[in-house]
Design a protein around this ligand. Structure first.
Ligand code: F6R
Length: 241
């Protein structure tokens, strides 16, 4: 596990963007796994800038997003589908048919999840997975206690995650109680992973995940077992490392 502690937000985003840029440069038809949330927004901004300047061509890449809320329509402002188009896909030259996001509106979520797993495999697997981490150590929506061999599935969100995500909704009651998420095994099958962590509020969980024991109680701790993980932190989140 390679750990990079950034001195500034610019350096943090630049380091992450450089890894993605190199991946696409080396393999123009790369398969990327992508996260939503606040942490990767700066990275996505930089990728948009690189695309506009003509420094990066997204026309052959494929993407698979980590997760999506159950029951939100794709045009709901808080759906992850909406987030990805708003912050990245509508601003780069990716092809719509190469974008894969779990559909939270499908009546049979289990089937949707099984088909997603098949699609990832059929694409040749994920070359580079971008991850954030929840305050409880979740990756994707894999909450504490999720077995390490889990694959893409319908997940019950914990009260803590619902509360954390309620900042984006008018009230906690509007936050969906379930989500579809890639499993821990699915994430671990990615050939390379970058984990992005910012903010003092994540300092304790960052130390637990990166230096503590490897346990399903801290889902992100599984990343210690992956051979090619780069963790990029800011100074605040690295306080207890
Ligand atoms: C998002 C995802 C989540 C987030 C995590 C951190 O697709 O899978 O695991 O990465 O909740 O979210 P932020 O970056 O908003 O703190």
């Amino acid at each position: 596990m390679k750990i990079i502690i950034s001195e500034s937000r610019e350096e943090f985003n630049g380091t992450a963007a450089d890894i993605v840029r190199r991946q696409i440069h080396d393999k123009p038809d790369s398969v990327l796994g992508l996260a939503t949330g606040s942490t990767p927004l700066g990275l996505y901004n930089l990728l948009v800038c690189m695309g506009i300047k003509g420094d990066l061509d997204f026309s052959r890449i494929k993407t698979f997003n980590l997760d999506e809320y159950k029951g939100l329509s794709r045009d709901h402002p808080q759906s992850y589908y909406h987030y990805m188009y708003e912050n990245l896909f509508s601003k780069i030259n990716i092809r719509d048919e190469n974008v894969n996001i779990l559909n939270g509106e499908k009546a049979d979520s289990y089937r949707e999840c099984a088909e997603y797993e098949k699609r990832i495999k059929a694409s040749g697997g994920i070359d580079l997975q971008v991850l954030g981490i929840g305050h409880n150590g979740h990756i994707g929506f894999n909450e504490p206690g999720t077995p390490f061999d889990s694959i893409t599935d319908l997940i019950d969100l914990t009260d803590r995650t619902i509360e954390a995500n309620s900042r984006f909704f008018d009230s906690p009651h509007q936050v969906p109680r379930q989500a579809l998420s890639m499993g821990i095994k699915t994430i671990m099958q990615a050939r390379n992973i970058i984990l992005l962590i910012t903010g003092g509020a994540k300092a304790r969980i960052a130390a637990k995940a990166l230096r503590g024991s490897i346990t399903p109680d801290v889902p992100a701790s599984v990343l210690q077992l992956h051979p090619f993980v780069t963790v990029i932190l800011d100074k605040e989140s690295a306080a207890y490392l």
